[in-house]
Write a protein that binds this ligand. Sequence first.
Ligand SMILES: C[S@@+](CC[C@H](N)C(=O)[O-])C[C@H]1O[C@@H](n2cnc3c(N)ncnc32)[C@H](O)[C@@H]1O
Length: 297
Amino acid sequence: MSPRAPGGSATSAAVRWRRLVRARRAEMERLCPGGGALGAPYWDSRARRFAARTAGSATGDPLLSRLRRVARSSTTVLDVGAGPGRFALALAPRVAAVVAVDASPVMGSLLRRAARREGLTNVTTVTGRWEELDVAPVDLGLCSYVLPLVEDAATFLAKLDAASLGDAFVYLSALSADVFSDPFWRHFHGRPRQPGPTYLDAVAVLAELGIGADVEVVEVRVRTRYSTVAAAAKAYRESLLLADTAEVRRELRSLLSRWLVADGDALRPPLRTTPAAIIHWSTRRGGPARSLPPPNR
Ligand SMILES: C[S@@+](CC[C@H](N)C(=O)[O-])C[C@H]1O[C@@H](n2cnc3c(N)ncnc32)[C@H](O)[C@@H]1O
C-alpha cells in the first residue's frame, strides 16, 4: 500500500523515490555548492580512479555468477551505466554481444580501451543518459550501482524493462550508501545525512510499473583500500563534503587511525563484506501493456 500524504492522497513509490534523491542532492548543494551535480562531468573526473578501483572486481562477485547462469553464447546484453565496464567486460567473452551505455564519455573511452586490450570485438559503447537514448532491445538488460543516482526511477526502469527481451537485473547496495561514512557524517555535521532510496524503494517502483521482481541479497567483498591514513582522510573528507582545513584533516586522521584496520601494506574499513541486492525480473512480452504511474510530483 502506498504511504498516505498529509491530506489523505497516496504518495506513489516513484514520487517518494524522486523526493529522496532530490532531498539528498539539495543537502549536498547546501554543504558544497556544485556538490549535488552527479552528471557526466562528475563521473568523467572520477573515471580513472573508479576504473582502477573496480578493475577485475567482477571476478567472484555474486552478480556475475547469477548473470552467467542466464547468459548463453547467443545472448545479447545491455549494461546501463556500465562505467569502465567491470560487468560488460567480464560477460563479453561468453555472450554474442554487449552494448555498454554510460553518460560519461571518459568512462566509455576507458571501457573501449580495456576491451581492445583484452581482444574483445563484441563490445560497443553508447554515450549518453539512458533516459534520453534510443537503443535496440537485447536479451538481457543489466544496471549496476546506478539507480540511486537517478531522479526518475520509473522512467529509467520502464526503459530498461522495454529494452530487455528476456531478463533484467538491477544491482545496488542493500545497506545505506552511507554505511562507511555514517558515524563520521554525524560527528562532523551534527546530524544524520539525508537518506537515499533503497532497494526496497526500487522494488516498490517496479511494482507500480506492473513488474513483479525477485530479490536476492548477497554479500560482496569490500575492496576499498588506502595506502595511508592521510589518503583515507582525503577520500573521507571529499565524500563527507567537508572543507579542506588543517583542523578537519587532523580530526579525520585521528578518527580514521582508530577505525581503519591494517591489511598487508594497506588500510581498509573494518568490514570484509557488505550486502547488495540483486533485483531480477523476467520480461513478459505479449503480456498486458505496462504504463508509467501518473506524474504525481
Ligand atoms: C557507480 S558507477 C557504476 C559503474 C558500473 N555499473 C559498476 O557497477 O561498476 C555509476 C555509473 O553510472 C553512470 N550513470 C549515472 N547516471 C546515468 C544515466 N542516467 N544514464 C547513463 N549512465 C549513467 C555514471 O556515468 C557512472 O559511470
